[in-house]
Write a protein that binds this ligand. Sequence first.
Ligand code: ADP
Ligand code: ADP
Length: 224
Amino acid sequence: MSELNLILLGPPGAGKGTQATLLTEDFGLPHVSTGDMLRAARDAGSELGLAAKEYMDKGELVPDAVVIGLILERLADDDARDGFLLDGFPRTIEQAGALGQQLEGHERRLTAVLLLEAPDELVVQRISGRRICRKEGHVYHVDFDPPKHPGHCDIDGSELEQRDDDREDTVRNRLDVYHAQTEPLIAYYEERGLLRRFDGTRSPRQVHERIRATLATLRLEEDL
Ligand code: ADP
Ligand code: ADP
């Protein structure tokens, strides 16, 4: 079978991380999340991480040069050679261009860009209730997807916390940044015939099923 090279696109809180977890289980793809990578670098106190923290705390994008370097290096790792699922990258046209060039240079191409659509008010509600586990970043929601034992991760038992940048004023700024800098990618990928839209207001399971159906069709078309 041909490789699956996928991008999850959508506003903060649309459910990209949640779908990524489900899809990586289905297809055994490495889940490459720039947010997770930047948070790990920040927590490790590396120079890159500390520089990134200033932008993340304000809800701004980390500069393209930093993020592009990080991702292109990651995609060259052995486990990403046969397919990947990008979550949170690209977020600017420049990032998309750099990714496209790198793939082309290796005679690889994107399979699809999965856009999760959800209105601002809904994503604000989702983000304000989001909790993530300290150890692995597993995602919960206080109302929509509560853990079995309050405050603790079902999977590894570690404590759940709220991300600093998930407070409401920062979320509003992240949404403005999304509309201004990331939304142009919708037209960019539409023009290239890669965009697939999904109604992100549905339940995680419904969204997941739609994505699976779309990917099954795409693979059939490729194999014909
Ligand atoms: P993103 O990675 O796009 O920022 P997440 O997957 O982290 O989004 O989801 C944001 C919050 O909304 C989390 O608390 C998650 O549990 C919850 N969530 C995700 N998908 C759904 C959904 N389809 N319906 C309701 N809540 C959801
Ligand atoms: P969410 O899924 O809620 O949008 P992420 O975890 O993807 O959040 O990103 C958190 C923060 O990390 C962003 O607000 C931004 O500061 C930084 N970041 C993540 N991905 C990128 C990227 N591709 N380009 C620039 N900054 C990024």
